[in-house]
Ligand binder design. Structure first.
Ligand SMILES: Cc1ncc(COP(=O)(O)O)c(C=O)c1O
Length: 419
């Protein structure tokens, strides 16, 4: 076993203090600027951040919003999804994805995920569209399950890795569906679009995309915050109205909207942190390489998979083991923080019993949810800390898993099934 430094110290799942201390002067300068100008809502700090974030994502517009959930809700509404429509997404995501769909007046229907990337399975999406939908006599796609019009797909770029967007956009085009990216976990993630023959940034491929700047995200505010990105100026205009009580001009309300604006202070803080995001994302990618090296060849442990068309930004570093709960308990005893993202797929959540899905409707999501563990992952994680995490993971798996037969290297072998 390797000797690691800091062995007596606990290792947090996430360190939100160090990056803020590193930038303390710049960040407190933002408060001063807001206090001296009393520009708390809207104004130059919000506009400057929007411009910089649009540039970062490679889109014409970014609209700052009060949270990722509202960003996704407004994006769905602004893209023309009508109350009662079906929006297709995955059960393996944070509930905010489907909350936003429901709060836009639509109904979520699920397609299972890909076992390797944990993102929407293109094959299953195709199967859903071909086998579980039909065309109405008005030429609109209808879900056989609910009898409702299917009008949009929300791929979720989970854990910081983009879904297979070329294939999704191709299918969506064939079925006249709008694609709205849930990019809430994928700031700066990239996808090589064979169709466009270039790398595309998360948030620039769908008709619109939603980002969350919840504090623990790769780009996190010091509170709640979100944004929509889009290349469609009419969508951008609608979102600007929706976030601001439906007004196109002060006290002239074209529609009934929401109070979904982002505070100027949060925009200023995000703008300051945005300058460091590319470096932080590269550091996360480096940490992932180190974990992969330390943990590879460990039978019984599934590691993250990055297809050749993906440059993930590792919002989370997620491994799989059939002994998940025991591994978490072991790591907790070793003072190592972990997370589960997420333990119960949405089709099995109490909140969605009304959708009437069965336990085995989405077997990959259900299996993945029972086996995943998120290990500590943040830009300031040291190699010594990673070595200690890996040592503890290896100590656990070597005790709890046997070596699989040749050719079965990727199989998960629960301890109770071995001698
Ligand atoms: C996949 C996904 N979608 C949507 C959201 C909602 O973002 P927020 O918490 O900013 O409302 C999150 C936040 O965790 C998320 O992870």
């Amino acid at each position: 076993m390797r000797i690691s430094d800091n062995s007596a110290d606990s290792i947090p799942f996430l360190d939100l203090i160090t990056p803020h201390l590193e930038l303390e002067q710049e960040l407190t300068g933002v408060f001063r600027r807001a206090l001296l100008s009393a520009g708390f809502i809207g104004g130059p700090m919000v506009e400057e951040f929007e411009k910089a974030f649009a540039e970062f994502c490679g889109t014409s517009d970014a609209i700052a919003i009060s949270s990722g959930t509202d960003a996704l809700r407004f994006a769905i509404m602004a893209c023309g999804v009508q109350p009662g429509d079906v929006v297709v997404t995955v059960p393996h995501t944070f509930i905010a994805t489907t909350e936003a769909i429901s709060q836009a007046g639509a109904v979520p229907e699920f397609v299972d995920i890909d076992e390797d990337t944990y993102n929407i399975s293109v094959e299953k999406l195709q199967h859903f569209l071909e086998e579980q939908c039909t065309w109405s006599r008005w030429g609109k796609l209808v879900s056989r399950r609910s009898g409702r019009f299917v009008t949009a797909v929300v791929p979720v770029h989970l854990y910081g890795q983009m879904a297979d967007m070329d294939a999704i956009l191709e299918l969506a085009g064939r079925y006249d569906l709008t694609v709205i990216e849930d990019a809430c976990q994928a700031h700066g993630a990239e996808y090589f679009s064979a169709k466009r023959n270039r790398w595309m940034t998360s948030g620039s491929m769908g008709r619109a995309a939603a980002f969350s700047f919840y504090p623990g995200k790769n780009l996190g505010a010091c509170g709640e915050a979100g944004a929509v990105t889009t290349n469609d100026s009419s969508v951008a205009d609608k979102i600007r109205m929706l976030r601001d009580h439906g007004q196109s001009k002060k006290y002239y309300h074209d529609v009934e909207g929401y109070n979904g604006r982002l505070d100027a202070i949060q925009a200023g803080l995000l703008h300051t942190k945005l300058a460091h995001l590319t470096r932080w994302n590269l550091q996360r990618r480096d940490r992932a390489v180190v974990y992969n090296r330390l943990l590879s060849g460990n039978h019984g442990l599934g590691l993250p998979f990055e297809p050749s068309w993906s440059r993930a930004v590792y919002h989370l570093y997620v491994v799989r083991t059939a002994q998940r709960d025991n591994m978490i308990a072991h790591l907790k005893r070793a003072a190592i923080g972990t997370g589960i993202h997420y333990p119960v797929p949405l089709h099995l959540q109490k909140a969605y019993t009304s959708l009437k899905y069965c336990a085995d409707d989405f077997p990959v999501s259900a299996r993945v949810a029972s086996e995943i563990v998120s290990l500590p992952m943040f830009p300031q994680l040291t190699e010594g800390q990673q070595i200690r995490v890996a040592d503890e993971v290896l100590a656990f798996t070597s005790r709890n898993h046997s070596k699989p037969a040749e050719g079965d290297e990727n199989l998960l072998v629960p301890a109770e099934q071995t001698a």
